[in-house]
Write a protein that binds this ligand. Structure first.
Ligand SMILES: *Cc1c(COP(=O)(O)O)cnc(C)c1O
Length: 443
């Protein structure tokens, strides 16, 4: 990856002729139900850039949705994966175990918040991690109800669709959904009736009241929440909300599950976002940033909860594949040795400084929010809070034409989220922010 020049360079329009030809084949061969954030075909990627088949070098402000935190083809990931595929590619951990899986579990048990005895299980995807966390919590508590939140995103399987808030595009026409999923209001400061201050005062009481009176605390198996909501638009709950939920869970025998699939692995300036408020989840679901781009996920948590499930009750053919585990050990070593949490804070500082300057100039920006290298703008019609998704569409397109990949988000499609690889060179990051500034000015 170090051989890829870290520059923004356009040699054709986006998409160029070679991308266009392959994208025609894409429309012929691949289901039209699959989305595409930028219409280019990738040839190589590394550091802070994606190089397409036409030779355009595009600044990557998405990291494959917070996956390649360590960068694409990071050296330790490449070396470990190469060695592993030469040794063996698969035995199935439940058939014949191997060291890599155990070492990833040891790393997760060590790195996740809390000093209590922890254990882990490895799966393939974020959704599968959430499914397993819920299975474990239900089995442990012998209860059914699962509490989730407005604007939540937990995946696309049947259970996780039920847990996800947004209908289009994730749920529409895909029902019926699994029962016993209960959605609570989210502590969303910008949009709380009465404003941010009232949100900090009221949200926790409101949600606890609903859990007690409508569900009955003793019927709740788990509370599942993203410490910062990802697809929902990088909503950061006010201080105290997450610890308050966690305390309520503990007092009532409810398993508190943090979905750190998007926020984990140094993204927010800590290894896990729960650490910002000293939160110690009972179970924590991880995926995305765990393995430098290879499919892997995990559930880590209190040993007595993880061990409550009967023998052979958890697993799956590919879960914790030796190749993905080798990649994860390379990615985790990179995060620790290169102190990527600190890099995430620095990136966050650069981004928020530029973003707040933009907010001061452009009345369509209602808010800049996030933590570390996970920052977003919410766009509104000037003078109020009415969502402005068309502005987001135009800004994303403008950036693409200029060779910058950015992602949108939000229940109302009115959020732009910035998630660069944590190894992006500073000058490239600043250049992307300058393009973004011009993009916003243009709408
Ligand atoms: C992406 C995501 C998931 C689902 O992960 P997949 O690997 O796509 O199944 C779950 N929760 C959060 C917070 C996510 O961002």
């Amino acid at each position: 990856m170090t051989t890829i020049p870290q520059i923004r360079k356009l040699v054709t329009a986006i998409p160029g002729p070679k991308s266009e030809a392959i994208l025609k084949r894409r429309s012929e061969a691949c289901s039209s139900a699959l989305g595409m954030a930028i219409p280019v075909v990738v040839e190589r990627a590394g550091g802070g850039v994606i190089v397409d088949v036409d030779g355009n070098s595009i600044i990557d402000m998405g990291a494959g949705i917070a996956v390649v935190n360590v960068g694409n083809s990071a050296q330790r990931v490449v070396d470990n994966v190469k060695a592993q595929v030469e040794a063996f590619t698969h035995t199935c951990f439940m058939v014949a175990p191997y060291l890599g899986y155990i070492e990833v579990c040891e790393a997760l048990n060590r790195l996740t918040p809390g000093t209590h005895k922890k254990k882990s299980v490895l799966l393939n995807s974020g959704a599968e991690a959430i499914e397993n966390a819920v299975k474990i919590a239900r089995n442990y508590t012998k209860r059914d109800a699962v509490v989730v939140f407005e604007h939540a995103y937990h995946g696309r399987t049947n259970l996780t669709m039920a847990m996800t808030a947004k209908n289009m595009p994730y749920k529409d026409g895909f029902g019926p959904f699994t029962p016993e999923i209960y959605r609570m209001p989210m502590a969303y400061p910008l949009r709380w009736p009465g404003g941010a201050e009232k949100c900090a005062e009221e949200a926790l009481d409101f949600v606890i009241h609903k859990m007690e009176k409508e569900l009955g605390a003793k019927n709740i198996a788990a509370i599942v929440i993203e410490p910062i909501q990802g697809e929902g638009g990088f909503i950061v709950p006010p201080k105290g909300f997450l610890p308050g939920l966690s305390k309520f869970a503990t007092e009532n025998g409810i398993v508190f599950i943090a979905d750190e699939v998007q926020t984990g692995f140094a993204r927010t300036g800590h290894m896990f976002a729960s650490e910002h408020e000293g939160l110690v989840p009972d179970l924590i679901a991880t995926a995305k940033g765990i393995a430098g781009g290879l499919p892997l996920s995990g559930v880590t948590g209190r040993a007595e909860i993880m061990d409550a499930v009967h023998g052979s009750g958890l697993g799956g053919t590919y879960g914790g594949s030796p190749v993905a585990c080798a990649a994860a050990l390379g990615a985790i070593a990179t995060i620790e040795y290169d102190d990527l949490p600190k890099r995430a804070l620095k990136i966050g500082e650069i981004m928020t400084t530029a973003m707040n300057a933009m907010k001061a100039k452009y009345p369509i920006i209602a808010e800049v929010r996030g933590r570390g290298a996970m920052q977003a703008f919410e766009f509104v019609l000037p003078g109020g809070l009415e969502p402005h998704p068309t502005a987001v569409g135009e800004i994303v397109k403008f950036c693409q034409k200029e060779g910058v990949l950015i992602l949108s988000a939000g229940t109302y499609g009115n959020v732009i989220r910035l998630l660069p690889p944590l190894v992006i060179p500073e000058n490239l990051l600043r250049e992307a922010l300058e393009v973004l500034d011009r993009a916003i000015a243009s709408v």
